[in-house]
Design a protein around this ligand. Structure first.
Ligand SMILES: *Cc1c(COP(=O)(O)O)cnc(C)c1O
Length: 376
């Protein structure tokens, strides 16, 4: 069994994908061009933003944002302790100082209380200037943007949405990708909207920032690529990947609906045995991952072992919180506690999930989990 079955999706759209890819190959135009522009238009419409600027991957999308807002040396950036390092890595690379916040125990997103506490501390210490908050649509679940946006405004911080896992999800009717002052996403193959390689995008409603992003992704170009007005990057979405994404975005909504159905089926069958994911009634998760939690590390490890014997893959997503990564200065967080991320790391398991997982496969996973729990 695959953890995420990407081949099943390709088999369903093979003819259309092949036609589009061949179209690019035959066009002789392989960088930017019509497919990229058309996809950017469709993507911006889908999430309800004025502009989408595509780029090489999700990490670059975040880097482009940090660069566009000149975030770097002396600046403080706040992010959840439980996320992929790429949420904050480019900011650190540019010289900014990261501050990790605990997550909330229900939706596993940045805890607004801990966030505000850390902002206040950074202000009172006076060593770094608070500049930005990165809110992550973790596991495809956006939360709690009302509170986070309120805090961002109160302290005059840029609210960056890392929507790498959130395409297709919404928060009170607003699509992920439109929830931050500026937002980033990734088209890594296993994300809800994935391509067949690397890709990413930035979303903004600000015409000035849009211009800067378009310049930054092509070496800080001015009038053209050989007239440079700022230090930039070389980060573009491949034309072939744009052609693939034009097909994928057509089926995204149906896939998200399918994800809801499979998630509720899992919910029903697993309830009473494990904690299933909780989605706020006014939100829709993209279920980038389907994560269950159990009462403790022992039982967690027993389930994983049991499933492994049945050849069912599981995933710790993620096994380590950022505050424990040796790459970060211990000074940042040595006096802080991260009870909820520690708990999440010990007690959560990702189980096989995709819009294409069959009912037989789902039942195998469910039975494996239940048997493992009863085995004791
Ligand atoms: C995948 C991911 C990224 C990075 O995307 P890439 O395309 O792999 O560079 C950033 N943030 C989060 C939360 C992600 O899941």
């Amino acid at each position: 069994m695959d953890f995420i079955n990407l081949r099943a999706q390709y088999q369903q759209i093979e003819n259309d994908i092949n036609k589009r890819v061949l179209g690019v190959l035959r066009s002789g135009k392989y960088i930017l061009g019509d497919a990229v522009e058309e996809f950017e238009g469709k993507l911006a419409d889908y999430v309800g933003r004025k502009h989408a600027v595509t780029c090489g991957n999700g990490t670059d999308a975040l880097q482009l944002i940090y660069m566009a807002y000149d975030i770097g040396k002396g600046d403080a950036v706040f992010c959840p302790d439980m996320t992929f390092i790429a949420s904050i890595e480019p900011a650190v690379m540019l010289g900014a100082h990261p501050f990790f916040c605990d997550i909330d125990r229900k939706y596993y997103n940045i805890d607004p209380l801990d966030l505000e506490k850390k902002i206040k501390r950074v202000i009172s210490e006076g060593k770094y200037t608070p500049r930005a908050i990165v809110a992550v649509d973790f596991l495809g679940q956006p939360f709690d943007y009302d509170k986070i946006a309120f805090i961002a405004k109160k302290y005059n911080l840029l609210l960056i949405e890392d929507a790498a896992q959130g395409m297709g999800a919404h928060y009170f009717g607003r699509m992920c990708g439109s929830l931050g002052d500026i937002s980033a996403t990734s088209f890594f193959p296993t994300k809800p909207l994935g391509c067949y390689g690397d890709g990413g995008a930035v979303f903004t409603d600000d015409d000035r920032v849009y211009g800067i992003l378009k310049s930054l992704r092509v070496h800080g170009k001015g009038k053209d690529k050989y007239h440079n007005v700022r230090i930039g990057m070389n980060s573009r979405l491949d034309t072939i990947q744009a052609a693939i994404l034009l097909q994928k975005i057509e089926i995204l909504e149906n896939e998200i609906i399918q994800r809801q159905k499979i998630a509720s089926r899992y919910d029903k069958k697993l309830s009473g045995y494990v904690n299933t994911p909780v989605t706020h009634e006014k939100c829709r998760s993209s279920f980038a991952q389907y994560i269950i939690t159990v009462d403790g590390k022992d039982i967690r490890d027993r389930i994983v072992k049991y499933l492994k014997r049945m050849d069912i893959p599981t995933l710790f997503y993620y096994p380590n919180p950022l505050h424990r990564m040796e790459v970060f200065d211990k000074e940042i967080c040595e006096f802080d506690s991260y009870d909820n991320t520690e708990w999440y790391c010990d007690c959560s398991i990702g189980i096989p999930f995709s819009p294409y997982i069959t009912e037989d496969e789902q039942d195998m996973v469910v039975n494996g989990i239940i048997e493992a729990i009863k085995e004791e």
